[in-house]
Design a protein around this ligand. Structure first.
Ligand code: SAM
Ligand code: DTB
Ligand code: SF4
Length: 342
């Protein structure tokens, strides 16, 4: 297989499974070769998450601590004030993040929520951060309004394979997700779309998730691969843990199928060893969530990630060239994470 591979949207399940079935060293070698053909493998993109509206969600996603129907101890809150969000974004930037992702525990936003979310986006963007939001299903007009406010990315996951989806979520269909992703693309937003593994799915179903992602009309710009964070009170608490090497294989196959996308090592890092994370970076992961909290659950603290970057010789990926030029803090961002003098 040549390292620089053409982008394909016609993967069959058998082809994807054949990649999963490769001997581990061969799979990693191929994924690492494709990774370095498209990216500097020493660079990792750094995003920080903030839950701008937590809990009380009417959906029934079996993994999620924010669904109102499960007793997980998550306290429901109203939509945060714009000034509070901007302060958090400022802190994230000072700590070294280049992208700020605002998440809301909604099935979909109400039209009346959009002006406030648009104000958050505009003010976070004005700090020189890339902006991302994940608010549930979007109509075409909502997607356009967010784009007009300065949104760069919209996160909306497929979550799992089409044939396993019905065991995880009953309150919305796979087709609804594809529809929202179409609205997001048509509005000219970049897509962030991935899923969760370790929910009790089979290897064939993990392959099915990656096949569905790669066969979207355009590869997502970012592909978050989450390892289930098991939260007491959710139906998936107590699920058998995924073999760590199988998780690395999933990252490697994601890199092979979507060579030009950012592959994000997402939820689940808090309980991963440095060695496991290093294998994920070798397999082609080149993005992380950074900061001690995801939405409601924990993430490694900044000091641990700074030490990990230093141990592995990794550096934060600068924002896209044009934005970087306009961003006088780029050197500071690098220094904040590596600990070097700016
Ligand atoms: N409510 C919106 C939605 O569902 O699209 C946005 C927020 S929702 C929390 C975003 C994504 O977080 C989900 O699609 C899922 O992939 C991920 N997620 C939620 N709970 C998780 C968990 N316990 N472990 C891993 N990923 C999780
Ligand atoms: C994504 O794929 N993972 C992030 C982000 N997109 C929004 C969310 C992970 C959430 C983990 C559970 C929690 O902290 O509530
Ligand atoms: Fe609600 Fe999103 Fe959690 Fe599903 S994943 S319960 S839609 S917050």
């Amino acid at each position: 297989m040549p390292a620089v591979s053409a982008l394909r949207h016609d993967w069959t399940r058998e082809e994807v499974l054949a990649l999963f079935d490769l001997p581990f060293p061969e799979l990693l070698h191929r994924a690492a070769s494709v990774h370095r053909a498209h990216f500097d493998p020493s660079e990792v993109q750094v995003s920080t998450l903030l839950s701008v509206k937590t809990g009380g969600c009417p959906e029934d996603c079996a993994y999620c601590p924010q669904a109102a129907r499960y007793h997980t101890g998550v306290q429901a809150t109203k939509l945060m004030e714009v000034a509070q969000v901007v302060e958090k974004a400022r802190q994230a930037k000072a700590a070294g993040a280049t992208r700020f992702c605002m998440g809301a525990a909604w099935r979909s936003p109400k039209d009346r929520d959009i002006p406030k979310v648009a104000a958050m986006i505009a003010e976070v963007k004005a700090l020189g951060l890339e902006t991302c939001a994940t608010l549930g299903m979007l109509s075409d007009t909502q997607a356009r309004a967010l784009k007009d406010a300065g949104l760069d990315y919209y996160n909306h996951n497929l979550d799992t394979a089409p044939e396993f989806y019905g065991e995880i979520i009953h309150t919305r269909e796979y087709q609804d997700r594809l529809q929202t992703l179409a609205h997001v693309r048509e509005a000219g937003l970049k897509t962030c779309c991935g899923g969760i593994v370790g929910m009790g799915e089979s290897r064939e179903q993990r392959a099915g998730l990656l096949q569905a992602l790669a066969n979207l009309p355009a590869h997502p710009d970012s592909v978050p691969i989450n390892r289930l964070v098991q939260v007491e009170g959710t139906p998936l608490h107590g699920t058998r843990e995924l073999d760590p090497f199988e998780f690395v294989r999933t990252i490697a196959v994601t890199r092979l199928l979507m060579p030009q996308s950012m592959v994000r090592l997402s939820a689940g890092r808090e309980t991963m060893s440095d060695e496991l994370q290093a294998l994920c970076f070798l397999a082609g992961a080149n993005s992380i969530f950074y900061g001690e909290k995801l939405l409601t659950t924990g993430n490694p603290d900044a000091a641990r990630d700074q030490a990990l970057f230093a141990r592995l010789g990794l550096k934060p990926m600068p924002v896209a060239a044009a934005e970087a030029e306009a961003d006088p803090c780029r050197g500071t961002v690098h220094a904040a994470i590596t600990g070097e003098a700016a």
